[in-house]
Design a protein around this ligand. Structure first.
Ligand code: ATP
Length: 364
């Protein structure tokens, strides 16, 4: 029996509700499997930790995570701490420290979800957005001078390296190749940004030659937003820079019905370090502590974690349980127009997993 060591970092806001819910669901799936168990360790990093210690996580925090098989993360964001402190002090510290350069965001309209695009059948929206997660616009390179004076100046320099661009494009082509439609759209802005984005396009063309079976096209990021709304079925796998993909994936999540459903994986594809799985929503302070948060984004992130660990059958079972829950309007949380609580949705998923496990053991 394999034991996976999982770090849980609830972070801030509703992260403190959805991560324990995700842990419960993972425990339920392990209880029904003869093959694996989880050994969880919880880390109390985030806004409250910052108020006590002046940092979002300890200086040697990455060492505490290094030996884990995966990380389940909630959110980082606090109304009383500047956003750049919460983001750079925790989430980006882990993503960049562990070189989790591929951020993967699947988007589908799950059964029972009333998505806003009225002319879009659920089957027409089935995308995976691959976000470059280690450099580009979020490299942290830049500075400020003359602070407080009329001549104050500030720069954020977008850094793109050939190695960084090649590895994310190769990852995206491989992912597109593994999906039935074998289609990749490369997002760019090389009409206006004439250095790094032009190199991005050139490398995309070079890497595309290694994948002759993948149909590849190029789209400007502004045109891509309109295409996502007007012609969603023409997209499948999408690859974009750190900032472009950040924006496109919030649009994708909204088009699929709710920010509360969408998952993401921050992967180190070479598996030198643990990868991190998290819902794409933030801390949502407006609903925190009320038991109203939709835990589905975290559950779907747990599916991605199981896939990454190689537990494909468990991943399939959990995804089926999630889809049976979303198909039932009585189990919709407020973001989906329903009245269900975080606990009710969690218990429903756990009950389905338990009944699957009972049926499987009877059949065996
Ligand atoms: P942050 O600043 O940490 O990114 P935020 O509160 O600005 O977070 P999000 O958490 O991304 O923004 O979400 C925006 C709104 O969507 C929230 O205020 C909340 O009302 C709703 N929302 C987001 N996630 C969920 C969820 N899991 N369940 C229910 N509602 C959600």
């Amino acid at each position: 029996m394999r034991t996976y060591r999982i770090a849980t970092i609830p972070g801030d806001g509703i992260g403190k509700e959805v991560v324990p819910a995700g842990r419960r669901v993972l425990e339920a799936i392990a209880a029904g499997s003869p093959n694996f168990r989880f050994d969880f360790e919880d880390f109390d990093w985030g806004g409250d930790y910052y108020r006590k210690h002046g940092v979002m996580m300890p200086a040697d925090g990455l060492d505490a995570l290094r030996g884990k098989d995966a990380i389940l993360f909630g959110s980082a964001g606090d109304p009383h701490i500047p956003d750049h402190v919460t983001l750079w002090g925790l989430r980006l510290k882990i993503c960049q420290g562990f070189d989790q350069y591929a951020n993967v965001r699947p988007t589908r309209i799950l059964p029972g979800i009333d998505a806003p695009l009225k002319r879009c059948a659920p089957k027409d929206l089935d995308w995976v957005i691959v976000r470059e997660n280690s450099e580009g616009e979020y490299s942290g390179v830049g500075g400020r001078a003359h602070q407080g004076h009329p001549i104050e100046v500030a720069t954020d320099v977008s850094i793109m390296t050939r190695a960084g661009v090649e590895r994310i494009l190769r990852f995206a082509f491989r992912l597109a190749q593994s999906r039935p439609r074998k289609r990749l759209t490369v997002i760019t802005k090389s009409n206006a940004q004439r250095h790094a984005m032009v190199m991005w396009d050139e490398i995309a063309l070079q890497v595309s030659k290694e994948f002759p079976d993948v149909k590849c096209d190029k789209e400007l990021v502004d045109a891509a937003t309109a295409r996502m709304v007007n012609r969603p079925a023409t997209l499948d796998t999408i690859v974009a820079t750190n900032l472009h993909a950040d924006i496109l994936s919030d649009l994708a999540a909204a088009l699929a019905g709710s920010l509360g459903i969408a998952p993401t994986a921050n992967l180190d594809p070479e598996r030198r370090y643990p990868s991190m799985f998290e819902p794409i929503h933030g801390s949502a302070f407006d609903i925190m502590g009320k038991g109203l948060a939709n835990p589905v984004g975290t559950f779907w992130s747990a599916v991605m974690m199981l896939e990454h660990l190689g537990e494909r059958s468990a991943a399939r079972q959990l995804m089926e349980a999630i889809e049976r829950v979303t198909a039932n309007p009585a189990l919709h949380t407020g973001d989906l127009g329903g009245k269900a609580t975080t606990a009710e949705v969690t218990e429903a998923v756990c009950a389905m997993l338990a009944s699957n496990a009972a049926a499987n053991s009877q059949a065996a």
